[in-house]
Design a protein. Structure first.
Length: 345
């Protein structure tokens, strides 16, 4: 019997296939090794293949699409509701096969190799930034044990590095100096690697017209604009700016029932990296607004009533909606006063 739909549970080495034919009848349940996957699907007639959007899913989606199959990726949390019994590979594959045929299921857009490459720049840079922070904290902690403390910020770190570079400082024992010199060299290497990635991100930003338009939004710099355009090559997959903000996870989480609407903290679902970039950018705008209240009167009024972090998240939500509008409809950002003057109101 011809297979119509397949649920494919992917892993590192062992893959589980669950296929059905006409009349919802199960045609195949099979385990495949990694080397057998493409050979197996190459021998099949084109069919619908469902997979969870997890690690390596985009690679397999591209490869199976080349073989003529229709591939759909789904969020893993949406598939979980269709698991009928205890979790195992066979049950997961069956649930995927069931979920991919639902008309209300949400699907994940398949990323291209180029798009994944652009996102890897940001992921690698983010990893190096976190590791740099760890090394700086280690340097400060070790030197504090010896009574050497510096001010916060870059100047304080430079002061500590100067002390480590001076081999004649009597406050540093020989073994301590050897250990700290290794950490200082690692910090310098990280700075060099981060600078190299920053140059590639800036070049990527300058060559992308959409990214340059996003940079005009207050709070979204080069890094934020480049990250958004890399993560969302086609803004039309979202119906509105609110859907885009919900995908990032900066909309209130709902717990409503019986006609009573109850909104809690933000959902924190979706892309954590984009959410952090938007919130950090919003915090920068708010600090500027405190010194220039006449430029952002509505933010000044909001800060007078709400805590700083609450306002920052609200502004990040607004920034995400504006970013979607610019991506989907074109144009560049105009401040409210300029937009009002241009419309003649």
């Amino acid at each position: 019997m011809q297979i119509i739909t397949i649920g494919l549970d992917i892993a590192k080495n062992v893959f589980q296939v669950h296929g059905i034919g006409a009349g919802e009848k199960v045609v195949i349940r099979k385990r495949l090794r990694r080397s057998q996957v493409l050979v197996f699907f190459e021998a099949l007639s084109p069919c619908l293949i469902g997979m969870e959007a997890c690690a390596t899913a985009h690679y397999w989606a591209r490869e199976l699409t080349k073989l003529g199959h229709q591939v759909r990726l789904m969020p893993a949390k949406d598939v979980k509701a269709y698991v009928k019994r205890n979790k195992n590979d066979a049950a997961d594959a069956e649930a995927i096969c069931e979920a991919v045929r639902r008309p209300t299921m949400r699907f994940v857009q398949i990323k291209s190799v180029e798009q994944q490459g652009r996102l890897m720049l940001h992921r690698a840079r983010d990893l190096l930034l976190r590791q740099r922070t760890q090394v700086i904290n280690a340097l400060r902690a070790h030197l504090a044990e010896l009574g050497i403390v510096a001010a916060q910020g870059r100047e304080g770190v430079k002061e500590l590095l100067t002390i480590i570079a001076g081999e004649q400082d009597a406050r540093l024992p020989t073994d301590a100096h050897a250990s700290l010199a290794v950490l200082a060299a690692e910090l310098q290497a990280m700075q060099t690697m981060i600078g190299a990635l920053d140059k590639r991100i800036i070049a990527q930003h300058r060559s992308n017209e959409m990214s340059r338009r996003l940079e005009s939004i207050p709070g979204i710099g080069v890094t934020g604009a480049s990250a958004i355009t890399a993560a969302v090559p086609d803004p039309k997959v979202f119906r509105s700016g609110r859907d885009f903000a919900a995908w990032i996870g900066i909309v209130p989480r709902q717990d409503s029932t019986g006609g009573k609407h109850k909104l809690g903290p933000i959902s924190k679902r979706g892309d954590r990296y984009l959410r952090r970039i938007l919130v950090v950018g919003a915090c920068a705008v708010l600090r500027y607004a405190r010194h220039r209240p006449e430029k952002y009167p509505w933010l000044t009024q909001l800060l007078a009533r709400k805590p700083f972090r609450v306002v920052a998240v609200a502004l990040a939500n607004k920034m995400a909606r504006i970013a979607w509008a610019l991506l989907a409809k074109g144009g560049t950002y105009r401040a409210p006063a300029l937009a009002t003057a241009a419309s003649g109101v």
